[in-house]
Write a protein of this length. Structure first.
Length: 322
């Protein structure tokens, strides 16, 4: 079973050994109450999946994608801003005690990266850098087919690598992080800035899509307008792709991965720019073989949390072997 916990919703499902999600359900998450209520929300979502299984014995382990920061070794949720009900909460131990199954907990980007290597776009690669572009930018590092956690479990925060020390301040407190420059909301913000700067000198279909309200422009609108040939939308995404390519050059020189995989809700608007990103990446790398690195869209979209949670279960023994 894979379980994806967010601030407002939970997705849970069963994943077979080939990586196919055979059953899934979504349920609300109560994150602004006490710890027990939050736990009850998760258990209820899991039960809704189990009700579709003829025998609960078919479920061999539970993997959970949870908001960080967390300790992947103990399965303890430390201090997540999106789930304030849990502070130093032993989520893995609590669910294991309730369901009598082995439980593994990790963050969403790490888990999604593992799922892509197990079953998705990273299949056949042992060393992968995974990027999720959405509300923020999350990353996961796979070395030798396993998640790289670092000494304390805090490794893999590639979204908070700065590429401009004079840049805007990221919510993490650092200037110029790639997250604050290239995440989904940053794309929309960049487009709105260009529209305001252009005024009436450069008509844009973005304004039509937003009913004349610049502040109503969204990342999805930018993607649609760019495909339709709108210059401002295209420039916005090209600049975003350039920033990401520069940042990826740093990641390549540090990690030397075999493949880079992009997931997350905002990746769709960047897909048309992948060929240019692939071509330009070697220009931003010291690595002389950077051109050999594959750049792929993720296989799992909105279901990456379910698949990622299930992928974690391959690192823990099944009940029959305990």
């Amino acid at each position: 079973m894979g379980v994806d916990i967010g601030g407002t919703k939970i997705a849970a499902g069963l994943v077979d050994p080939a990586g196919s999600i055979v059953v899934q359900r979504r349920a609300p998450m109560v994150s602004n109450s006490d710890a027990a209520t939050g736990l009850s929300s998760v258990l209820a979502a899991m039960d809704s999946v189990m009700s579709d299984v003829e025998s609960r014995q078919e479920i061999r382990a539970i993997g959970i994608c949870a908001p960080g920061p967390l300790d992947p070794q103990t399965g303890t949720i430390l201090n997540p801003p999106n789930v304030p009900c849990w502070r130093n909460f032993p989520l893995a131990a609590e669910i294991s005690a309730q369901r009598h199954l082995p439980v593994k907990v990790d963050n969403d980007a790490n888990s999604a990266a593992l799922a892509e290597v197990r079953w998705g776009a990273g299949r056949g690669y042992n060393n992968v850098f995974y990027v999720s572009v959405g509300t923020g930018i999350g990353t996961g590092i796979i070395f030798d087919g396993q998640i790289y956690h670092g000494r304390t479990g805090a490794a893999g925060e590639g979204g908070h690598v700065s590429i401009d020390y004079r840049g805007p301040i990221c919510p993490c407190g650092k200037p110029g992080c790639i997250e604050v420059l290239a995440c989904g909301p940053a794309i929309a913000k960049r487009a709105r800035g260009k529209l305001l700067e252009a005024g009436t000198s450069r008509p844009s279909m973005l304004l039509q899509m937003a009913n004349g309200n610049v502040e109503a422009v969204t990342t999805q609108m930018v993607g649609q307008a760019s495909v339709a040939g709108d210059p401002i939308a295209h420039e916005t995404l090209q600049e975003t792709a350039d920033l990401l390519t520069l940042w990826l050059g740093n990641m390549v020189d540090v990690l030397d991965p075999e493949a880079i995989i992009f997931g997350g809700g905002a990746t769709a608007v960047l897909l048309p720019f992948f060929p240019t990103m692939r071509a330009r990446l070697p220009q931003f790398c010291v690595n002389p073989r950077a051109g050999e690195i594959g750049l792929f869209p993720a296989h799992y979209g909105a279901d990456s949390g379910i698949a990622g949670g299930a992928a974690l279960c391959y690192e823990i023994p099944s009940r029959s072997s305990q």
